[in-house]
Design a protein around this ligand. Structure first.
Ligand SMILES: [Zn+2]
Ligand SMILES: [Zn+2]
Length: 207
């Protein structure tokens, strides 16, 4: 065997090995219901690094794979989700998600794989409804069905989702137009419930 042939065989073996590991990592991440952006390889946070350790252990790899192997794995993970029937991209972050319709006819984006903290599970669409995928959303008091796959709402994991509003004081909205009021005024003055220009009483007042 010439040196060139030996080198080629070695390179090909390494490449096959990397693909095998990347496939195992992608399968493990999908099993854990994780999205590629939760496993960031470069400039990752402590949380993302810990998620990757979980994925690596689930994949049965005892050493941390190279950055190249991780990048390949995240590519495989994204391609898997993109290939699911009905997959679409989140307009905010570009991740592949699925759309379901709740019992209350609300459209909901969910992450592509079930997750330990999921609250949405697919159910058979009611007869006569055109939309394909129907789903039920678990309320706080509902018992978690342990025999059902539970998916996360995509907004729970979307890296581009707006930060959740502070729970303490909900933003006060104008009673007429529904748009936010001046929050400082609303907190001080309980009678300030509409924008002055929206208030119908304002019109009959003499100039
Ligand atoms: Zn998103
Ligand atoms: Zn208004």
């Amino acid at each position: 065997m010439s040196t060139a042939t030996a080198d080629f065989a070695h390179t090909r073996h390494a490449e096959t090995n990397r693909q095998r590991k990347a496939n195992a990592l992608a399968a493990a991440a999908a099993n854990l219901g994780l999205q590629p952006y939760e496993l960031k390889v470069i400039g990752s946070t402590a949380v993302e690094a810990e998620q990757r350790r979980r994925v690596r252990r689930t994949a049965g790899l005892d050493r941390d794979p190279s950055v190249e192997t991780w990048m390949l794995a995240l590519g495989y993970l994204e391609a898997r989700a993109a290939g699911l029937p009905g997959a679409r991209q989140c307009t905010a972050c570009g991740a592949f998600v699925l759309q379901v319709v709740t019992e209350h006819d609300q459209r909901l984006l969910i992450d592509p794989y079930p997750h330990a903290t999921g609250t949405v599970w697919p159910v058979a669409a009611p007869a006569g409804r055109r939309s394909g995928k129907s789903a039920r959303v678990l309320a706080g008091h509902d018992e978690r069905p342990d025999d059902q796959p539970l998916y996360r709402q995509h907004t729970a994991s979307c890296p581009a989702a707006p930060p959740r509003p502070r729970s303490r004081s909900r933003a006060a909205l104008c009673g007429e137009c529904g748009l936010p009021l001046d929050q400082v005024l609303a907190e001080r003055d309980p009678t300030y419930t509409t924008h002055p220009k929206c208030d119908p009483r304002e019109e009959v007042r003499p100039p």
